[in-house]
Ligand binder design. Structure first.
Ligand SMILES: [Zn+2]
Ligand SMILES: [Zn+2]
Length: 280
């Protein structure tokens, strides 16, 4: 079976409002998009920071601008649908208890953990970017993977999203001078000691870096560490479901991975990939 456990029901636009996109009709469009490419297991992971409740966890100015919707409205629409209800939640060091509170008591089947910020500066958006004249890529990479290790060890997440997002821009002045494996090490150690599934995401192919998350070297280290893997496209519209999956399937097979993580009520099990479909 094929999974896509990291879908967004709307584009990354502040104008994409909940009432227009969190609807049974829009969910049907996603189900049709998945059926067209043979993806049978879907999970929706809307960004936590688009809900007003996220401001109880962290109050970054970007979140204050984007936190417009009610998380329970989202849960009420997606929960009863055939798409598994999840959340893409940012790991904010020091705010673990507050995030735990936001997650508990809500019917999530899985939670995807992301690191998009180092301190209050953004890794993957131009606004609030960490990548200015003062930044040292080696230092950014070191802090990024240490934060990833913290996210993994927090036990708050079922899936580690886009594990090497720090490479997103793919430009020489934003890449470290040392072998990246040096920076991966703390994250891999945390993965080895935890139960989290590592996301293989084709979203990186759509970004400047133009490659799958994670890089092959990170993937090799995860396999050696005995990790399990979730497969996702990070789609923001129905026709991105299963985006570039033939490449992802080849990547998984090359690393000897023949099963994928699936989730129910925040419990993970494995399903064989089996005969990979030829999507797109
Ligand atoms: Zn993300
Ligand atoms: Zn996402």
């Amino acid at each position: 079976m094929l999974t896509d456990y990291h879908l967004h029901l709307r584009p990354d636009s502040i104008d994409a409002d909940a009432d227009s996109y969190f609807t049974p009709d829009n969910i049907d469009r996603y189900l049709d998009g998945a059926a067209a490419v043979g993806v049978t297991e879907l999970g929706c992971a809307e960004h936590m920071y688009r809900f007003t409740e996220s401001l109880e966890v962290w109050s970054h100015p970007s979140w204050e601008e984007w936190a417009l919707d009610d998380i329970d409205q989202y849960c009420d629409v997606v929960g009863p649908s055939p798409i598994r209800l999840g959340l893409e939640a940012d790991f904010v060091p020091g705010a673990e208890d507050r995030l735990e509170q936001l997650l508990s008591g809500r019917p999530f089947e899985f939670v995807v953990g992301s690191v998009h910020f180092i301190g209050d500066r953004s890794l993957d958006t131009e606004e609030y970017t960490i990548w200015d004249d003062r930044s040292d890529p080696d230092e950014v990479w070191r802090r990024y993977f240490e934060t990833i290790a913290g996210a993994v060890r927090s036990g708050l997440f079922d899936i580690l999203a886009h594990p090497d997002l720090v490479k997103v821009w793919g430009r020489a002045n934003r890449l470290p001078s040392r072998d990246p494996r040096y920076y991966y090490e703390p994250a891999i150690e945390a993965i080895a000691e935890s139960d989290i599934a590592v996301e293989v995401s084709t979203a990186g192919i759509r970004k400047d870096v133009a490659e799958i998350y994670p890089a092959p070297a990170f993937m090799e280290m995860c396999v050696e560490a005995g990790a399990s893997f979730a497969l996702s496209s990070d789609a923001h519209e129905p026709d991105q479901i299963g985006y570039e999956y033939p490449r992802a399937l080849e990547f998984l097979a090359r690393h000897g991975v023949d099963e994928l993580a699936v989730f129910e009520s925040r419990r993970r099990s494995s399903a064989p990939i089996g005969d990979a479909i030829k999507c797109q």
